[in-house]
Ligand binder design. Sequence first.
Ligand code: AMP
Ligand code: MG
Length: 487
Amino acid sequence: MSIPSSSPVTLDDRFARHLPELAVPWRADEPADPRLLVLDEQLAAELDLDPAWLRGPEGVRLLVGVGVPDGANPVAQAYAGHQFGSFVPRLGDGRALLLGELVDAEGHVRDLHLKGSGRTPFARGGDGLAAVGPMLREYVVSRAMHALGIPTTRSLAVVATGRTVRRETPLPGAVLARVASSHLRVGSFQYARATGEPDLLRRLADHAIARHHPDAAGADQPYVALFEAVVAAQASLVARWMLVGFVHGVMNTDNMTISGETIDYGPCAFMEAFDPATVYSSIDRGGRYAYGNQPLVAQWNLARLAESLLPLLHEDQERAVELAEASLAGFPRAYDAAWSAGMRAKLGLPADSDPTALAASTDELSTLLQGGRVDHTSFFRALAVAARGDAEPTRRLFPDPVPIDDWLARWRALGPDADAMDRVNPVYIPRNHLVEEALAAASDGDLKPLDRLLEAVTAPYDERPGLERYAAAAPPDFGAYRTFCGT
Ligand code: AMP
Ligand code: MG
């Protein structure tokens, strides 16, 4: 059913028109008893959507995909992907739909997309559904990431469907309405390449250039420039994750965007005790997507993008491989530059700091943090207090403070700027025990703990009285935290 043309929303179907081979027209399931749980009003305003309308019956029908405006053409998107290193030629939106594109208040094209809206032709063995807890998890973590200034897909709303979802136990069902600058992924290119249709691959690349990297269109070699733009965007993104201790958890190539936005908050979590081997996902037994592996995995995924693009890079495929390799070599350089600049800022040091001395100092610091199993977020925030002259809060984080004393003395001699540090080191991240607490309460109908957590993490740099427990590490009995995929 369509909303009458009085709908205040206009949805284009640009992706479906340009790339019909990657778009299966599909409709969302009718929910039993839809109830809006959360709405990001600030995002609604950015999208030029009236929050009051979205909260009303027509708005909620849009947010679950059953009341789309006239002219909209919702589709399930086809894509392939390497999952934990194994290529799957046909993944696609098994439980998701692209409702269409809208133009935001600043004139940018954004995708409006749903997750948990029912089985599609890509569902394979899945039920096409999602549960309230995991969809609220994506809502909280993506809002926190955005507030931290990290590029991410956004969460507009979560609507409870009134339907039961069967997992290990029966759970309340939900649909997440997600907004992204697009849902093009490395896996989209892998799919197009695997079809063997050069024209499809070219149209996809042209679509990606127009949408995300328009400067590439004017380059001598537009498709090389597209690849380099994706390399740069991902190098910067993953450096941001590393600086804040974010572990994505399932960096399959279908979960890596062309835009450079973080996507698919499934088994993700924020690291507490600093350790490069940190893994949260229950299925990541080999630690492929451990915290410390993320830059290498990103580069591996980009190599898969390069392979997909080879026919466009040069007629001579040997030359194409050389071009791809040269461009991919830009990844470690861009990553290191972004990471070093970010670490320098976290330490409150000036832009002209000696890079060699900085690298030695941060290596030493990593060893100390890992040795002491020190809470990553608390450390950098306490460090600003040390810059102001009181090293005790920092020292207390270490079981043995003697080794850090020496490091602190050398760092303080460099004249760190404490106020600058407080602008880049968050006080509040979505800590795993607090996320679990909020989701458990929300699944039982109590949204207050979630609201309180959102209050903390949506202004992460701004320390406020009364929110102390949101700044503290998990209690020791919280144990080894585990997260799950496809929930
Ligand atoms: P993810 O790792 O969550 O990005 O999902 C990988 C693939 O599995 C995608 O093709 C999803 O659409 C699909 N998928 C995950 N959960 C479900 C589900 N419950 N029903 C159908 N498809 C699913
Ligand atoms: Mg995915």
